[in-house]
Design a protein around this ligand. Sequence first.
Ligand SMILES: Cc1cc2nc3c(=O)[nH]c(=O)nc-3n(C[C@H](O)[C@H](O)[C@H](O)COP(=O)(O)OP(=O)(O)OC[C@H]3O[C@@H](n4cnc5c(N)ncnc54)[C@H](O)[C@@H]3O)c2cc1C
Ligand code: SF4
Length: 439
Amino acid sequence: MTRIDETRSECVFDDFKGPLTAEQAVIEANRCLYCHGAPCVTACPTSIEIPEFIRKISTGNIKGSAKTILEANIHGMSCARVCPVEVLCVGACVHNHQGVPPIQIGKLQRYATDVAYAKGWRFFEAGAPTGKRVALVGAGPASLACAHELRRFGHACTIYDKRPVVGGLNTTGVAPYKMRADRSLDEVEWILGIGGIEVRTGVEVGVSPTWAELEAQHDAIFLGFGLGVDTPMGVPGEELTGIHGAVEFIERMKLGRVSVSTVRNAVVVGGGNTALDAVRELLGLGARTVTLLYRGTEAAMSGYEHEWEAARVDGARAVWQAQPVEFLGKDRVEGVRCLRVDDDKRPVQGTEFDVDADLVLVAIGQAKLGELVSALPGVQVERGRVVVDADGACGRPKYWAGGDCANGGKEVVNASAEGKRAAQAIHRQLGVRSGGDHG
Ligand SMILES: Cc1cc2nc3c(=O)[nH]c(=O)nc-3n(C[C@H](O)[C@H](O)[C@H](O)COP(=O)(O)OP(=O)(O)OC[C@H]3O[C@@H](n4cnc5c(N)ncnc54)[C@H](O)[C@@H]3O)c2cc1C
Ligand code: SF4
């Protein structure tokens, strides 16, 4: 598998949440009430049996704990680090209503899965070969979870990705203070350890092979191709040096090197989680000031409140209700001209003001890639998303989809859950008995 540059920029970041020691994990586990019908489980898109894995930690059964987690979510190791637990399991913990700090579920999950990885424990075996072949488009969490589950049923899998690195945005996008790219690659390696999943990188499906070629060679196709490039602002001056799409810039930081040590005034445009990550990343990389420009109010931001609070603590500034209308500068960007925006998000003419900027990251969304398959009869695409039913079926025989390309852009845990669910539906459709560890 491709390894990555040891001197890449993301390596300057420390682990934001940090691991628990064995003693701390047991103490924390013993605070859990092991609730029946636990709300933390309901809040988890992969329905991990949280009280069960926590109880196993409290009794010293770390292997059993890790198995409980990974049985439900094969991305349990990365999700322990990257999940927005504040709005999922931890946010739902009953302790929140009792004036007691909620259980640190993510950290406990990280403890158990880190021990499992360090000890080389493996829990799952490939099923007896069924003779069926499945193609998976994209090597992100959705396809990886789907392929792992399909292997447990015994189906042969080939994953295609146009990039040279695997893991999708879990490798190239997630903020390094949550998880660095090499940890994501460790997880991919662990998942592929089940055997029988071929990975072909540098292959853009739809170009070569074509969809017709892929269909001819496989019994089923899973679409996990995620989202596309950063959406541009579409205002004058966007071609100036120093203006980048946020996701593209973050990928360069995670896999290679970016230099912001001479940046005095960085600006990030947007109000979602990518914008908030970008703000914290620029501050961590050494930009002197970082200002968020958002056209809505602070309360209307789609980015998580806890992420903005962390960015603020790191020193971020914000200008609310500001709409960039032009980037200023000769060759390099020097500023952003904005209009004030009213409470209905309408720019107000005559309210121009300028914000200094020698680096701008535009984080207003990513292109939807549904058009890649919209010409295939039966496949429906709405507002760029591939339309699927509850099992992930696309409406064209052989085709399933999951993850960002179908849900429009959620979290790693959603992509993993949707990939696994689609694998179970594909298995039912292929109509073969499995001899694997699924029984
Ligand atoms: C900056 C950023 C930070 C994020 N941070 C978090 C976080 O902290 N926590 C969290 O839970 N989620 C986070 N997310 C969201 C999360 O990363 C995604 O929801 C998740 O990775 C989606 O998985 P996926 O498999 O659907 O798609 P992706 O991970 O995007 O993988 C899709 C893959 O398909 C490949 N591909 C595309 N087209 C083709 C083609 N034609 N042929 C072959 N391959 C193709 C791409 O190269 C890519 O590798 C973040 C997203 C971004 C952008
Ligand atoms: S809601 Fe909190 S206390 Fe109850 S089982 Fe979940 S983590 Fe434990």
